[in-house]
Design a protein around this ligand. Structure first.
Ligand code: NOJ
Length: 559
């Protein structure tokens, strides 16, 4: 099998927010096809498309009711086949989302399963008896607040759901379930799909004795270490690899909550024959106060030193033992420049600085739609948000338990909520940013007249062209794929400096994540006496390495 994905740059599309072709306010597959030349122009190699299957959309398609059918608002199966063809014609590969930890409660398997204890689908899901007092079988929590168990009268039992109660968890202990999943993967791969992004794949194996979590102050239901990395996880992935993945020249990236760089090796060490890459949360959780009942809404400032330390650790630990998936944004994360940077005075510099340090590392970089034009977070009123995660948390934490004030919660929503990434793609300055001629399913970010694709394509110094250049470098420069990684100035609070080295070539990647002019100490051995600029976000590199606000560049040593 070739490792084509090592030189690839992935672009993620969240279909309902990308481009609406028929004026119903929802993005769709034909909208993606319309924009295929835009994506080709950017230069990306792979499109990861968030779920497009039949779904009641309780969690925007991460609740699938038919894995073999396209959701009608997105189009038809033949539109999907056409999309694969249009992408392939341009040399772009397609990665679909495999949501197999859970289905929708409207999936046929679940509808059957809940009918009785002895129907053929009975053990496709996890059903447990109530405790003596009628309460949930244990204290496990849902990732979207409240309990992870829902009672069903028909069976007088509870079923497990790590996400909403409309997302029952599949029972992978059952070989029939695993076979169903492998079959649906083959169904799409035989239509030309080139790989999978695997939704919460780290959670598919459960601790089937379902022990309670140790109590945590102030928390009735707990989500923690037992929700991921269960005892049979790697056995299942090896089976999936053997039965399906090994038969195709495909790319796989598994979403792995609860991972660190040691756990990562278990997934991605090529010798283990599991996955190519995983999506970790370790760096994304650095601005979260741990063990708070307010979960991700308990926000703290990022310590830049920690970010450098986590990312470098992954670079070092996975070297020769796997491959990194490099990302700052996706449909579950806010816009990076609003989260950890400056999305007003230094919006463009800052977006390019984040891009520089991400694309300079070893691994496969992921760009989330709109990141390439520097889209920013939205500040909406609570009723203007759509995401089930926000509304559940608002009810549970603000209204019910009152563990967070309304003001604090809204500030956290503006900073961290998933809808920040899900506002419609901003194409131009026309109404609704050119996303739809109808009424968009979620409000367009009001800054669209300033931030949009049309503007980016006109400005030769735009973020878009910076990404285009970075992508080209990834394709052409072997040092970016294979070079070693070495971090400098670990303890500096805002300078991000690392070196890549391959044979007798040396590159230095530098970024100043502050609004102050900052000096890169010229006495350090890493300042090459003679160097060439590879890329930079200011016209000329600062004299004597005086870095201006959010200045970033890559330089190469002159031999
Ligand atoms: C992770 C997905 O990325 C997220 O959007 C979804 O809500 C959960 N998994 C549940 O499928």
């Amino acid at each position: 099998m070739s490792n084509w994905w090592k030189k690839a740059v992935v672009y993620q599309i969240y279909p309902r927010s990308f481009k609406d072709s028929n004026g119903d306010g929802y993005g769709d597959l034909n909208g993606i096809i319309e924009k295929m030349d835009y994506l080709k122009n950017l230069g990306i190699d792979v499109l990861w498309i968030s779920p497009v299957y039949e779904s009641p959309q309780d969690d925007n398609g991460y609740d699938i009711s038919d894995y073999r059918k396209i959701y009608e608002k997105f189009g038809t199966n033949s539109d999907m086949e056409n999309l694969i063809k249009e992408a392939h014609n341009r040399g772009i590969k397609i990665v679909m989302d495999l949501v197999a930890n859970h289905t929708s409660d409207e999936h046929y398997w679940f509808e059957e399963s809940k009918k009785s204890k002895d129907n053929p689908y009975s053990d496709y899901y996890f059903w447990l008896n109530p405790r003596e007092d009628g309460s949930e079988p244990n204290n496990w929590g849902s990732s979207f607040c409240g309990t992870a168990w829902e009672y069903s009268k028909e069976r007088n039992q509870y079923y497990l759901h790590y996400y909403t109660k409309k997302q029952p968890d599949l029972n992978w202990e059952n070989p029939k379930v695993r076979k169903e999943v492998y079959d649906l993967m083959k169904f799409w791969m035989d239509k030309g799909v080139d790989g999978w992004r695997m939704d919460v794949i780290a959670s598919i194996s459960k601790y089937t004795d379902f022990p309670d979590y140790p109590e945590k102050l102030g928390q009735k239901y707990i989500t923690g270490f037992m929700h991921a990395n269960g005892p049979r996880l790697h056995e299942y992935l090896q089976e999936m690899n053997k039965k399906v993945l090994s038969k195709y020249d495909c790319m796989t990236v598994g979403e792995a909550p609860g991972s660190n760089s040691d756990i990562a090796r278990l997934f991605v060490d090529p010798e283990r024959k599991e996955l190519n890459m995983i999506i970790t949360f370790e760096h994304m959780n650095l601005d979260r106060i741990l063990n708070s009942p307010n979960r991700k809404w308990a926000v703290k400032d990022l310590d830049f030193k920690e970010l450098k330390s986590v990312l470098s650790n992954w670079q070092v630990k996975l070297r020769n033992h796997g491959w990194n998936a490099l990302y700052f944004e996706n449909h579950d994360q806010p816009r990076i420049i609003s989260r950890w940077g400056n999305d007003t005075n230094y919006r463009k510099e800052c977006a390019k600085a984040f891009a520089t340090i991400l694309h300079g590392m070893q691994g496969t970089p992921y760009i989330y739609q709109g990141e390439e034009i520097g889209m920013v977070n939205a500040h909406y009123k609570i009723e203007e948000y759509d995401d089930v995660e926000i509304h559940n948390a608002y009810r549970e934490l603000v209204q019910k338990s009152k563990s967070i004030s309304e003001e604090e919660f809204m500030a956290a929503v503006w900073k961290k909520s998933r809808d920040n990434a899900r506002t419609p793609m901003q194409w131009d300055t026309s109404e609704n940013a050119g996303f739809t001629t109808g009424r968009p399913w979620i409000k367009v970010n009001p800054r669209y007249s300033e931030i949009n694709v049309e503007e980016a394509l006109k400005d030769k110094n735009s973020i878009f062209y910076y990404y285009q250049k970075l992508i080209k470098l990834r394709h052409e420069e072997q040092i970016l794929t294979d070079g070693t990684f070495k971090l400098y100035m670990e303890d500096h609070p805002s300078l991000y400096v690392y070196e890549r080295e391959l044979e007798n070539e040396k590159w230095l990647v530098v970024a100043n994540f502050s609004e102050e002019n900052t000096i890169l100490d010229p006495l350090q051995p890493y300042i090459y006496e003679k160097w060439d600029k590879v890329i930079s976000n200011y016209q000329e590199i600062g004299v004597n390495m005086h870095l201006r606000p959010y200045e970033a560049f890559i330089i190469r040593r002159v031999k």
